[in-house]
Design a binder for this molecule. Structure first.
Ligand code: NAD
Length: 303
């Protein structure tokens, strides 16, 4: 029997309904959740991600302000300009969440700028304080993509509790954060987690042990049917452009998993597009609502 397709669009839509209700309550109490998006330079993919975030925010009642910065000057001047903008947004009580869209132009130091964002407004959860909090089980925010993966699993009948989860990829943004989340002793986690990376000698020998296999390597079709245990749940985080002369834009998007082959072996699988992607924006917006709620509670207690 072919694998069940996990419909990320449908799960994301359900979460957005819950989120819209939460935002409506915040608005009724006088708080308009507000996100500042810093877009530096002219990266085409970044521009389209930012447009998607702006649209999704509007649909859920969250105010999103896009701050565009010309990234073409001396990298040190660009850093100074972005840093000053971050300082201003940190100090603005009407702004609850802030994201610095990556990648930044060549030579601009992303780490320094990410660390300048007030951790209470860091809705991408990339500040070292927020990353550390995830590791010790005291998360303020979860990064959007790992959180989206976790919610997909929980809401699609594949709770990670007690399962062996194998993650391919160790980036801060996805693999490492997800591993730190799923290993915690809490509902929707409590998994035995193995993280694979470019230093893993025999990838298939490890991935074949997974009850839940999560591919986040950025390598088209890296995971083939022979690398998957029959009956496993497979989550494909990868988004890769491959040339395709039959498409008007000259390329198509594929994941890290050979969908057709792996579908013959797995119990359930996410498609690309339409799997993890729609969850990412949704979980980001959920962090903005959370930041607004925390801001309101802090205000109520006079700090
Ligand atoms: P990254 O390049 O920062 O990290 C990739 C990781 O995969 C590295 O840790 C590397 O060690 C590992 N890796 C690479 N090739 C490997 C191989 N052959 N064998 C084993 N491990 C290997 O990438 P990232 O930011 O973590 O993103 C990963 C993928 O997820 C990309 O395709 C990216 O576009 C996609 N992504 C999707 C979303 C979404 O919303 N769907 C969000 C973020 C990232």
């Amino acid at each position: 029997m072919p694998a069940r397709t996990i419909d990320g669009k449908a799960v994301a839509a359900a979460i957005r309904v819950e989120l819209s209700n939460e935002v409506a309550k915040l608005r009724a109490s006088g708080v308009v959740p507000r996100l500042a998006v810093l877009l530096v330079g002219e990266d085409a993919a970044s521009r389209s991600y930012v447009t998607a975030k702006e649209r999704a925010a509007a649909e859920t009642g969250i105010q999103a302000d896009i701050h565009r910065i010309d990234g073409s000057g001396d990298p040190r001047d660009v850093e100074e300009q972005v840093g000053t903008l971050i300082d201003g947004l940190n100090a603005d009580p009407a702004v609850h969440g802030m994201i610095l869209q990556l990648p930044l132009p060549e030579g601009v130091n992303a780490d320094g700028l990410l660390q300048r964002i007030d951790p209470r407004k860091d809705v991408d959860a990339l500040h070292p304080e927020n990353q550390g909090r995830i590791v010790i089980g005291q998360a303020r925010f979860y990064p959007a993509t790992p959180h989206g993966v976790q919610q997909l699993l929980v809401r699609c009948g594949a709770d990670p509790g007690g399962k062996h989860v194998v993650i391919v990829g160790r980036s801060r943004l996805v693999g490492l954060s997800l591993a730190a989340m799923l290993v915690q002793k809490r509902a929707g986690a409590n998994a035995t987690v193995t993280v694979c990376h470019t230093g893993t000698p025999d990838l298939g020998a490890v991935t074949r042990q997974a009850d839940i296999l999560i591919a986040a390597a950025g390598q088209p079709q890296l995971i083939t049917a022979g690398m998957v245990r029959p009956g496993a749940v497979v989550i494909d985080v990868g988004v890769n452009r491959v040339d395709d002369a039959t498409r008007k834009r000259g390329y198509r998007l594929v994941g890290d998993v050979d969908f057709d082959g792996v579908s013959t072996v797995a119990e359930a699988i996410t498609p690309v597009p339409g799997g993890v992607g729609p969850m990412t924006v949704t979980m980001l917006l959920s962090n903005v609502a959370r930041a607004a709620r925390m801001h309101r509670s802090a205000g109520a207690h006079g700090n």
